[in-house]
Write a protein that binds this ligand. Structure first.
Ligand code: EPU
Length: 302
């Protein structure tokens, strides 16, 4: 979708929004898949309510992009614009055991920065690509920990009230790869309360997690991490592997040879290829195990 009406361009510039016309989502997502649309980059959180009012009044649909690391975007010209936060400088500020983090901050760098200041707890998240906001909305987790455990407060734009609001940690429910945030809420900032731990000890934990990840996941390839959530008490990766589906391909979309719940883009996969692969694997697992796998990856195809 293109924004070229001067009636809109003027107010956008006044709000300090940077417009990047015809951005390729394939360049903004770790899967390397996705069509084209205008990208609106937001520097000041306070401008968001007005920005969304402007878009709504002009019947322009929108989606919020975090780090693009858990996302499968449709091909072609997309029927909505994409909003993305620009991280401020600095994007993490420490105050005792509290880390004030902008949602646009890189998750891995945040974990490392806190570790260097003897704040631990998030070692498992070190190799998870994406932003802190994205991790928060999904309650990202790995190796026995999840980010929700450490959330003291979240600042977000709530689509339901059209306002920026602050939620305390206990007002939010954090479940396995799921939170009580609405899909159209936009994470803006978070205060994490992290346990004190000596840097050396945190580093040991980080190294162990990194090693486990390197040995079991296709890190150098274009992927969106795990495609399906694990069903209760089972492993989607193991089920897909047991069915002999590693290497199954539709075009350039392929079930990873290393971890069967990672689907990789080996070259120029389209969303159509990837969606066909997801549907086929889901059907085969359903037939063999009677379990309907639920997407972990977020799909933007409408
Ligand atoms: N397994 C296989 N074959 C495979 C993959 C896995 O047999 O191709 C077996 C493993 O040997 C192991 C079991 O399945 O016995 C579980 O595998 P793994 O330890 O890799 O964990 P997972 O359940 O597949 C989850 C998360 C990952 C996270 C790891 C480590 C989900 C959907 N996945 O994977 O998160 O990194 O644990 O904690 O919850 C993600 O969220 O995108 C993600 C990759």
């Amino acid at each position: 979708m293109r924004i070229n009406d001067p009636k809109l361009l003027g107010p956008l510039a006044e709000l300090g929004i940077e417009l990047r016309p015809a951005a390729k989502l394939s360049e903004l997502t770790s899967l390397g898949i996705g069509g084209t649309t205008d990208l609106l980059r937001i520097t000041k959180h306070e401008t968001i309510p007005e920005l969304l009012q402007l878009l709504d009044a002009n019947h322009i649909a929108h989606k919020f992009l975090g780090g693009g690391s858990n996302l499968l975007v449709d091909d072609g010209e997309l029927p909505w614009v994409v909003l993305q936060l620009v991280p401020p400088e600095p994007d993490v500020v420490l105050e005792g055991n509290l880390a004030h983090v902008d949602a646009a901050a890189d998750l891995g760098r945040t974990v490392t920065f806190c570790a260097k200041h003897d704040l631990g707890g998030m070692e498992g998240l070190i190799g998870v690509p994406g932003t802190v906001g994205g991790a928060l909305r999904m309650n990202a987790g790995a190796y026995g920990m999840q980010i929700g455990t450490y959330v003291r407060e979240v600042k977000l734009y709530r689509a339901a009230t059209r306002k920026i609001e602050t939620f305390r940690g206990h007002q939010i429910s954090f479940e396995y790869r799921h939170t009580s945030f609405a899909t159209d809420d936009m994470m803006l900032a978070v205060i994490l309360e992290l346990p004190s731990k000596p840097y050396n000890e945190i580093l040991k934990g980080i190294r162990i997690c990194n090693e486990k990840r390197r040995s079991s996941q296709p890190l150098g390839q274009k992927s969106a991490g795990c495609i399906f959530k694990n069903p209760p008490g089972a492993s989607a990766g193991r089920m897909i592997d047991e069915l002999g589906l590693k290497g199954l391909s539709f075009g350039d979309a392929r079930v990873s040879d290393r971890h069967a719940n990672f689907f990789v883009n080996t070259s120029h996969a389209s969303a159509k290829d990837m969606l066909a692969l997801i549907a086929d694997v889901r059907e085969r697992v359903q037939e063999a195990y009677g379990v309907m796998l639920e997407n972990e990856v977020v799909v933007w195809n409408g």
